[in-house]
Design a protein around this ligand. Structure first.
Ligand code: SF4
Length: 437
């Protein structure tokens, strides 16, 4: 009797959205591999018969990209190029019922907290012993680490709490164990991420405990850079500033989305702060951590934002001179508080305002970079590209901030290594440098 050979599944995970989603995909990959399932992340090879799409549901553009990706693989399934298609992540959490009705080719949709159920599709169990054993998929020398999940903030424009639930901090011991595991596997830079990293500990330690977490992580051998992202201005735990100043392996870098510079719009956004308080906090941060580089994110076109409010935003950006700025145009997201308001700023005005902010920031960045000519910096080499080794200083986060270009014709460096360099030229967002001893 002929025995039927069962085709062994080969899984490819496709990640959309933010670094927090990337970490979830890396955890998924670790769990699948931990169950002896042949799985890979973002494989370019077309040899997988099972696809898992980890979607983003944050704003309109991101939602559209997620839907397009699902439809792309839905047609691959119809053509018989893949056998199974699973969808998880924020878009799936937020619109599961609609998606199930509209895209029946998908075998199953899962929410953001349903990894154990997804694993069951592979007759696999969620292995608690693998918590903290995640492998970084982006690069071996840097890794994102999610210190908490969810968010308790009421920001008017934001749908994230709808998709990620209430704030849940991960215990310090678990995070230190994960950092040790990552360091053992070559990670030198840890990027701490959350929805609101400064809320860390309020749930499990009944106090803001980010300072203690930073202290403990800075003791992990092999971790040379710790970078803090997604700080929130209201209730900011200033005790972390002392740790940042004192610990040489904590980057003098802080990402703190501020969203706007007009107190009136900050009130409409339910950010719980004012322009004055924000400027005072920025001054305190700069005073307590000399040389710190501040990254912020701003939203233009929120309902109720007038030309006058926008001018105040520009004035705020000019005054605070952030080293790094990202701008989003407001997206009218259903079920958010802002969705009860009229989306009264025309799309073209939103775009125009975003461009004006980035033009202003381009000049600020150019002026700052000119001052770096002749200075020496420690640089982490990320890749080789177009005749250059491309790296970052402690003031630059991957994929969003400035880069340092080193001529690969003249110099040889290794990706993943640190190098000391001296800057000889600079543009608005790049520095050109040569290695020094
Ligand atoms: S802090 Fe505000 S903007 Fe950030 S995830 Fe929470 S609700 Fe959204």
């Amino acid at each position: 009797m002929k025995t039927k050979t069962l085709k062994k599944d080969k899984v490819n995970i496709v990640t959309l959205g933010c670094a927090k989603n990337l970490v979830d995909s890396e955890v998924m990959l670790t769990q699948l591999k931990g169950n002896q399932i042949d799985a890979q992340h973002e494989s370019e090879k077309d040899d997988s018969n099972v696809i898992i799409i980890n979607t983003c549901g944050f704003i309109e553009n991101a939602k559209q990209e997620s839907i397009d990706t699902i439809l792309q693989y839905a047609s691959a399934k119809e053509d018989g190029r893949i056998d199974k298609l699973y969808v998880t992540g924020c878009l799936s959490q937020r619109y599961k019922d609609d998606l199930e009705a509209e895209i029946p080719q998908v075998d199953a949709f899962f929410g953001t907290m349903e990894l154990p159920n997804l694993l069951k599709k592979f007759k696999a169990d969620y292995k608690h012993e693998l918590v903290g054993e995640r492998l970084s998929s982006k690069a071996s020398h840097y890794a994102y680490m999610k210190i908490s999940e969810g968010c308790d903030r009421p920001c008017s424009f934001c749908a994230i709490p709808l998709m990620r639930g209430k704030h849940r901090s991960r215990p310090i011991e678990e995070l230190v164990a994960e950092a040790k595991h990552l360091a053992k596997n070559g990670t030198k830079e840890l990027l701490l991420i959350a929805q609101d990293s400064t809320y860390y500990g309020l749930d499990i330690y009944k106090k803001r405990n980010l300072a203690e977490l930073l202290e403990k992580l800075s003791e992990v051998e092999g971790i040379e850079w710790i970078r803090l992202h997604y700080a929130f201005p209201t209730g900011f735990p200033t005790d972390i500033l002392d740790v940042m100043r004192e610990k040489s392996n904590i980057c003098k870098y802080l990402d703190m989305p501020l969203q706007h510079g007009s107190s009136k719009v900050l009130k409409l956004m339910r950010r719980g702060t004012t322009r004055e308080k924000t400027e005072k906090l920025v001054e305190e941060i700069r005073a307590k951590v000399p040389g710190i580089h501040l990254r912020t994110t701003l939203i233009v076109g929120h309902p109720g934002e007038t030309e006058e409010d926008f001018q105040e935003m520009l004035d705020f950006v000019k005054k605070c001179r952030f080293e790094r700025v990202g701008v989003f145009t407001y997206s009218h997201e259903e079920d958010t508080h802002a969705h009860t308001m009229e989306d009264d700023v025309p799309e073209e005005v939103k775009q125009e305002r975003a461009e004006i902010v980035m033009e202003l920031q381009q000049n600020i960045s150019f002026e700052n970079n000119q001052k770096k000519i002749g200075q020496q910096f420690k640089v982490l080499i990320d890749r080789k590209e177009g005749g250059y080794f491309v790296g970052r200083t402690e003031f630059d986060s991957p994929e969003v901030d400035n880069e340092v270009l080193i001529d690969a014709e003249k110099h040889y460096l290794r990706v993943g290594d640190f190098a000391n360099v001296e800057v000889y030229d600079a543009t608005d967002y790049d520095l050109y440098a040569d290695p020094v001893q």
